[in-house]
Write a protein that binds this ligand. Structure first.
Ligand code: GTP
Ligand code: ZN
Ligand code: ZN
Ligand code: ZN
Ligand code: ZN
Ligand code: ZN
Length: 301
C-alpha cells in the first residue's frame, strides 16, 4: 500500500492547464470561478498552503507518531480520502456530470483510447479530460491536440490520483453541467484501486501484450472495476493471450463486472465502449435531457 511506498504524502503535486499558469506550484489551483469546494479543508494545513506536508493524518517520519501502526495510518489516510471522494461524487452528480476513472498498467492504451473516443464522440458527449502522470504533460498535449479541454495533474513522487487531487483538477477543468469527464489515472495496477475519487465508474484496461494473468495477480484492481477492457485486440494473432481465461479470472473476482475487447488503434469493439459510456448513471442530464430541476418538479403534483 501507499504508506509502504511513501507516495501518499502527495509531495510535489502540480495541477496544470498547459497554459503555464499553474505549472511548478505544488497543489496550486484556479480559484477564479464559482468555487464549490469547502476550502477550509479537512486536513490541518492552516493557511491553505497546499503543501500537505504537516497533515497529522498522513504518514510522516518526523511527526513523532512513530508508535502508530501502519494499519492505523492507512485507515486514517483512506478515511480522509473517502470523505473527499464523497464530496466529489455529490458535486458531480449535482451537475449531471459522468466521470470515469481510467486505470491500467503503464502503456496499456489509456490515452490512445481517450483520443479515439474524443475523435468519435468528443462533441456528442461533451468530453473533458483530467490527466494523471508522475511527470510531463505529454498525455495532456495529446488530448489538447483534439481540441477538447484538458488538465494535467503531475503527482511527483506519487503513484496514484487521490480524491483531493481530483477536486483540484475539477476546479481547474470546470466541466459543464451534463458533460463527460475522463480521468486518466497514473499507470499502475496497484494503489489507484484503493483510492475512491468520487467517480461514476472505474474502468480498468489491460492489453494483450501484458499477459492474461493480470486479474489474479492484481485482484484489488479487478474487484474495484465496473468495466474491464482488454485492449490491443489487433495484436492477438502475435501474442499468447487467453482471452476467455482472462475474462474468467476477472469474473471469478468480480461476478458483476462488464467486459469488452477492443483495439483503440483499429477501432474494433469501440461501439460497445461508446454504448457502455452512454448507459452509465447520470445519463438523463448528461445526454442533454431536461435539467435535473425540471425532472424533479415534474414529479410534483
Ligand atoms: N497495436 C496497438 N497498439 C496500441 C493500442 N492502443 C495503444 N497502443 C499503443 O500502445 C502504446 C501506449 O499507449 P498509450 O495510449 O500511451 O498508453 P497509456 O496507458 O496511456 O500509457 P501511460 O499513460 O504511460 O500509462 C502506444 O505506442 C500506442 O500506440 C491498440 O489497440 N493496438
Ligand atoms: Zn503507492
Ligand atoms: Zn488542499
Ligand atoms: Zn497515458
Ligand atoms: Zn500510489
Ligand atoms: Zn481549490
Amino acid at each position: 500500500m501507499c504508506t509502504t511506498c511513501g507516495c501518499s504524502d502527495d509531495a510535489g503535486v502540480r495541477i496544470s492547464n498547459l497554459e503555464g499558469s499553474q505549472a511548478g506550484q505544488p497543489q496550486s489551483h484556479v480559484h477564479d470561478h464559482e468555487h464549490p469546494h469547502d476550502h477550509t479543508h479537512t486536513h490541518d494545513d492552516v493557511g491553505h498552503t497546499h503543501q500537505h506536508t504537516h497533515d497529522g493524518a498522513l504518514p510522516h517520519t518526523h511527526d513523532g507518531a512513530g508508535e502508530r501502526t501502519t494499519i492505523t495510518l492507512e485507515q486514517n489516510l483512506l478515511a480522509k480520502n473517502d470523505l473527499l471522494a464523497a464530496r466529489n461524487r455529490g458535486w458531480l452528480e449535482g451537475r449531471g456530470i459522468r466521470a470515469f476513472n481510467v486505470m491500467s498498467s503503464p502503456g496499456s492504451g489509456k490515452t490512445t483510447l481517450l483520443v479515439r473516443t474524443i475523435q468519435e464522440q468528443g462533441s456528442a458527449l461533451n468530453i473533458g479530460v483530467i490527466e494523471g502522470d508522475q511527470e510531463t504533460s505529454v498525455d495532456a498535449e495529446r488530448i489538447r491536440a483534439t481540441g477538447r479541454p484538458v488538465i494535467q495533474i503531475n503527482t511527483g513522487a506519487g503513484c496514484h490520483l487521490d480524491a483531493e487531487m481530483l477536486q483540484h483538477g475539477l476546479d481547474a477543468l470546470n466541466p459543464e453541467a451534463g458533460s463527460t469527464v475522463f480521468i486518466e489515472n497514473v499507470g499502475n495496477l496497484v494503489c489507484p484501486a484503493l483510492f475512491d475519487l468520487g467517480e461514476s465508474a472505474k474502468v480498468v484496461i489491460i492489453s494483450v501484450t501484458e499477459g492474461d494473468d493480470k486479474p489474479l495477480k492484481y485482484p484489488n484492481m479487478f474487484m474495484a472495476a465496473d468495466l474491464v477492457i482488454i485492449n490491443k485486440s489487433d495484436l492477438l494473432p502475435y501474442v499468447d493471450f487467453d482471452v476467455d481465461g482472462c475474462l474468467r479470472q476477472a469474473r471469478q473476482l468480480n461476478p458483476g463486472v462488464e467486459m469488452l475487447i477492443v483495439s483503440a488503434t483499429t477501432g474494433e469493439g469501440l461501439d460497445g465502449w461508446f454504448d457502455w459510456i452512454r448507459n452509465q448513471a447520470g445519463t438523463p442530464a448528461a445526454l442533454g435531457a431536461a435539467p435535473r430541476e425540471h425532472r424533479i418538479s415534474s414529479l410534483m403534483p
